[in-house]
Design a binder for this molecule. Structure first.
Ligand code: NAD
Length: 471
């Protein structure tokens, strides 16, 4: 994978500079917004087998214009300081776009989780958390990690447990990390949140008839062909929800190779196969594609990179045939690749908006932890009684009778998962319309990414201005 000569952090800076040119924000303030405020680099020893290994780890807090700061923790062999800085800065812009009141942060540990046992991963995670506590880089009011590539609810639960051991009297301690298992005060719907947000975002973009006409598509997701790169958390849930909503998933690409079936791949069936075999190789109901990255260049309506950065660059961008690229991953397209794709008339729905579903639902989880009550607990039954009375009244005054199933559907009060999905859907729809307005109203802004950065810069600069630091 080529980064086209620029580091990931430089790529993000380039996008910010391009957007800043469309604003009146003073240069000094743009420089402050771009800078990473605090960078923590730690090294610690962990015994693996009979050897001690020095583990390299990071936590970057990009912006304190709002606190706590927020962002996932990545476990990957490719983790480095530049990558964590880039991901932390994207978090700042992402939170601003979806009106989540956090500054951006990100963490990373340079390990390959696939090569380590569960015990070894647990030891590394707990030691990393202790380092964060020592340096005051974690806490519900300070900095709140979440899952990212290579981590999930299990790791978040180890982080929480370690934190609780150090902070037994802190009543808000559960808000120190999100993406926890539901049994550990997590929230229903967090695991699927990023993928579901990707779906809501692309569906909203596809609801605009004139925008779809411009790229040769009819509105709506149903019947459209989709190729997804990465079959982990974000890729799987994106593919699953697109399939549920009537799209045809023709390709799934992984690091080891890919699968293609023009009639559609059954996503739950493939997930089961991957779980049982530990691979997607030799899945019998699709053709095997030896080089997974080749699938990015296959014919499809929607391409969803949901794995790593820089996968579309100046080398392969000329061969991309998708009409829409939905950036579920962070930084999957280099700025040079981006330029080529825009010239080809491809619609790019940018990462800093499209994958914000994860942090949105993390925000709901944090609120739940601070309020110490499950969403829907206080009012669900009251709502059901009220709706029941209305239905009784209508039945009493009309000839019509409804059956039990209809009554249940009409009178059901919302529980936690309904409220989470509703809040997420609303957030993704409104944020898209905000970005689109900037894109459509300003003739010099040619793409959604620039418009999204303009929106984010406006919100972050307003917060700085309100502090009175800048004139
Ligand atoms: P994950 O670890 O659950 O899944 C990543 C998948 O991509 C794995 O199956 C891995 O094998 C595969 N992969 C790795 N390199 C690949 C390559 N070169 N080609 C094809 N597949 C490859 O990670 P995730 O949480 O799904 O994160 C994926 C992306 O989404 C990352 O860019 C992450 O920053 C971004 N993201 C994640 C979240 C979240 O809530 N988890 C939120 C926002 C953004």
């Amino acid at each position: 994978m080529s980064n086209d000569g620029l580091s990931f952090y430089q790529n993000v800076e380039r996008y910010v500079d391009a957007a800043a040119a469309h604003t009146k924000i003073p240069k000094g303030l743009i420089d402050q917004i771009k800078a990473c405020n605090s960078v923590l680099q730690v090294r610690f020893p962990v015994k693996i087998g009979n050897e001690y290994r020095v583990i390299e780890a990071y936590r970057v807090q990009h912006s304190h214009h709002r606190v706590p700061t927020k962002g996932g923790i990545r476990y990957s062999n490719l983790v480095n300081q530049d990558e964590v800085m880039a991901l932390a800065s994207l978090m700042t812009y992402k939170c601003a776009i979806v009106d989540v009141p956090f500054g951006g942060a990100k963490g990373g540990i340079k390990i390959n989780p696939k090569e380590l046992t569960e015990m070894q991963l647990q030891r590394i995670t707990r030691r990393y958390t202790a380092e964060l506590i020592k340096k005051n880089f974690i806490g519900a009011a300070i900095d709140v990690p979440a899952p990212d590539m290579g981590t999930g609810a299990r790791e978040m639960s180890w982080i929480l447990d370690t934190y609780l051991a150090f902070e037994p009297a802190n009543i808000d301690a559960y808000g120190c990390v999100t993406g926890k298992p539901v049994s550990q005060n997590g929230i229903r719907g967090r695991e699927e949140a990023t993928g579901r947000g990707v779906f809501y975002g692309i569906r909203q973009a596809m609801s605009h008839k004139e925008d779809m006409k411009a790229i040769g598509l009819t509105p709506g997701v149903e019947g459209k062909t989709v190729i997804v790169q990465g079959f982990g958390n974000v890729g799987f849930h994106s593919a699953r929800i697109f399939e549920e909503e009537g799209a045809i998933i023709t390709g799934i690409s992984e690091w080891e190779g890919g699968l293609y079936n023009p009639d559609g791949i059954d996503i739950m069936d493939l997930k089961k196969y991957q779980k049982d075999k530990g691979t997607i190789r030799e899945y019998p109901r699709a053709q095997w594609v030896e080089k997974g990255a080749d699938l990015l260049e296959y014919e499809c309506d929607i391409l969803i990179p949901a794995a790593v950065e820089n996968v579309i660059n100046k080398e392969n961008a000329p061969r991309i045939k998708a009409k829409i690229i939905g950036e579920a991953a962070n930084g999957p397209i280099t700025p040079n690749g981006d330029e080529i794709l825009l010239k080809k008339g491809i619609m790019i729905i940018p990462d800093l908006y499209l994958n914000a579903g994860g942090v949105t639902v993390s925000y709901f989880e944090w609120l739940k932890n601070l309020s110490h009550v499950r969403f829907g607990r206080m009012d669900r039954r009251f709502t059901e009684y009220s709706y029941s009375k209305i239905v009784d009244l209508i039945e009493g005054r009309t000839e019509g009778k409804i059956n039990k199933a209809e009554r249940h559907e009409l009178t059901r009060g919302a529980d936690e998962i309904d409220l989470v999905r509703s809040g997420l859907e609303d957030t993704m729809i409104y944020a898209y319309e905000d970005i689109r307005k900037i894109w459509k109203r300003n003739k010099s802004i040619k793409d959604l990414r620039t418009a999204a950065f303009v929106l984010a810069l406006g919100k972050v600069s307003d917060a700085y201005m309100a502090m009175g630091i800048f004139p």
